[in-house]
Ligand binder design. Structure first.
Ligand SMILES: [Mn+2]
Length: 318
């Protein structure tokens, strides 16, 4: 696996589709927009397709309007690049674009990546795909500008939790130093990305805290939020982002589980750990994926059954 094959493929093609994962986050959006701007400067005919509207906190990203909401597409691209996408399920309906493209590329940093493309570049030492896109831009001899640097900065800052998570390395800081020297407004981004919450999120957080259970002598925190609750308090699905950290942050907690009870009966499970439990491995047992300290899966079954199974699995390792 190396980036040179991907660079050759990019150079040899004209029409390129870029796909962040479903429920796009700061890394997948920032990386996609930065790559899109770079490839356009190289004279490529590019398109970015997203599955859902951009969450409001990322509206300010430069050229965010370039991301088109996917609604079926018959266009056949020379090349498709999936970013930050651990497996094909994470492309949602846009699998159509991926399947129809002549050449497929997968650039990711999830160690659980299923290597589903023709060219796969997976670097689990990168804190964010934003780090890999930075390297790709440098290797293609393209210049950073303030807009590209801002998108990459948001990608890296969000996936490292503001440079606090264990994935933050010296290389992360070296890359970010270069980004900042290309006119990134750190305080403005921090305020928009980390310190702005919707009224809905505060209300959902209140409900989540009411549901909190501390188990296993205080080492396991379980939070539960249903679609019904979200609706009742007038919040949106995206308002649940980050709420699991409230459980993980409690003194003495090693693992936090957030159970999202969906209207269709599925349970979306978010998992976080603090120091030693590999929650990626637990998510894998349920056909999910992620990282050692942050992972997720979707499980069929009743809320009580799913919760009990997960607690039993975590008991073994906590
Ligand atoms: Mn990522």
């Amino acid at each position: 696996m190396n980036l040179n094959n991907i660079i050759s493929a990019i150079k040899a093609t004209k029409t390129i589709a870029i796909l962040p994962h479903i429920y796009a986050d700061g890394d997948s959006l920032g990386s996609s927009l930065a790559l899109n701007m770079t490839l356009q400067k190289m004279g490529k005919n590019t398109s970015v397709f997203i599955e859902e509207p951009i969450p409001f906190i990322y509206d300010f990203l430069p050229e965010s309007k370039a991301a088109q909401l996917f609604s079926g597409n018959n266009q056949i691209f020379d090349l498709v690049i999936a970013l930050d996408t651990g497996d094909l399920g994470r492309l949602g309906k846009r699998i159509e674009i991926f399947d129809n493209a002549k050449i497929t590329v997968n650039i990711d940093h999830h160690f659980t990546n299923s290597e589903f493309a023709f060219h796969n570049y997976i670097d689990s030492n990168s804190s964010a795909v934003g780090e890999i896109i930075y390297q790709l831009i440098k290797m293609m001899d393209q210049k950073l500008d303030s807009e590209i640097a801002t998108c990459l900065y948001v990608a890296i800052a969000t996936d490292t939790g503001g440079f606090r998570f264990s994935n933050t390395t010296a290389v992360t800081h070296q890359i970010v130093a270069d980004l900042i020297s290309n006119n990134v407004n750190v305080s403005e981004i921090s305020q928009k990305v980390f310190d702005t919450v919707t009224h809905g999120k505060v209300k959902v957080l209140g409900e989540a805290i009411k549901s909190l259970e501390l188990l296993e002598y205080g080492k396991l925190a379980v939070l539960t939020i249903s679609d019904e609750t979200i609706k009742n308090v007038g919040a949106k699905d995206e308002d649940c982002d980050g709420i699991i950290n409230t459980g993980r942050n409690i003194n003495g907690v090693e693992v936090a589980i957030l159970l999202r009870v969906k209207e269709n009966g599925e349970i979306k499970v978010n998992l976080r750990s603090k120091n030693y439990v590999d929650v990626g491995a637990i998510a894998n047992m349920y056909s999910g994926g992620g990282h050692k300290r942050a992972a997720g899966c979707t499980v069929q079954g009743s809320q009580e059954d799913v919760k009990k199974r997960l607690i039993d699995d975590i008991k073994e390792v906590i």
